[in-house]
Design a protein around this ligand. Structure first.
Ligand code: GRF
Length: 203
């Protein structure tokens, strides 16, 4: 299977997937990495691994649908079997999501359904949560609302700030995202009737 990874920044999740492919833990190959930011460090990670990169920058005043059409064209050219959103910080339009819904995965830095959207670590601290974490899910038109595939929990300590908590959560993201991509590439993970199904069992 061919994997396309979409990023906007550091690309530590991308790196974890590059490493898992190189170690043959994921039975697939990354056909390209696409960023909406030209200065995303993840582009360098991809280039170091010999993976083709594409930058699709939003034009000033460009409608979301128009941007997404340009993005979709670049993605189709890379003939993906699996699309991995890895810190891709744009909301996607419904037409885009509908086209790729069966193969579109995302990582979100909270224990969904808690804390959809941004600033999840600070929100968990402010709420006094003792537990926080991350979720891998299929993407649907509902923002951060698609069927959950796998989550990892971390403790929240009294001395945590958003930075220390983010670090603890991201360490877990780098563990569970490659595992989910592996399942998907093995053909064991599917989206059926808006549910995530692993080895024929509903998650
Ligand atoms: C991750 O924490 C992801 O959950 C969030 O953005 C961060 C991206 O990190 N949405 P990286 O670019 O993969 O290092």
């Amino acid at each position: 299977p061919q994997i396309v990874v979409l990023i906007s920044g550091n690309g530590s999740n991308l790196q974890a997937i590059i490493d898992a492919v190189a170690a043959q833990k994921i039975p697939g190959s990354i056909s390209g990495v696409i960023s909406n930011k030209a200065d995303a460090f993840g582009l360098e990670r991809a280039q170091s691994a010999g993976i083709p990169t594409v930058v699709v920058t939003a034009n000033k005043g460009e409608a979301r649908e128009d941007y997404d059409q340009r993005l979709a064209r670049e993605i189709r050219a890379l003939t993906p079997d699996c699309i991995v959103l890895a810190g891709f910080m744009r909301i996607l339009s419904e037409a885009f999501i509908n086209e790729f819904a069966e193969i579109l995965l995302n990582v979100h830095p909270s224990l969904l359904p808690k804390y959809r959207g941004l600033n999840t670590h600070q929100r968990a601290i402010d709420a006094g949560d003792k537990e926080h974490g991350c979720s891998i899910h299929f993407v649907t038109a509902e923002l951060d609302g698609g069927p959950i595939i796998l989550q990892a929990k971390v403790p929240v300590f009294p001395e945590d700030d958003a930075g220390s908590l983010a670090e603890r959560v991201q360490t877990q993201e780098r563990q569970i995202y490659p595992l989910v991509v592996k399942w998907f590439c093995e053909g064991r993970l599917k989206k059926l009737n808006d549910k995530a199904v692993l080895d024929e069992k509903e998650l």
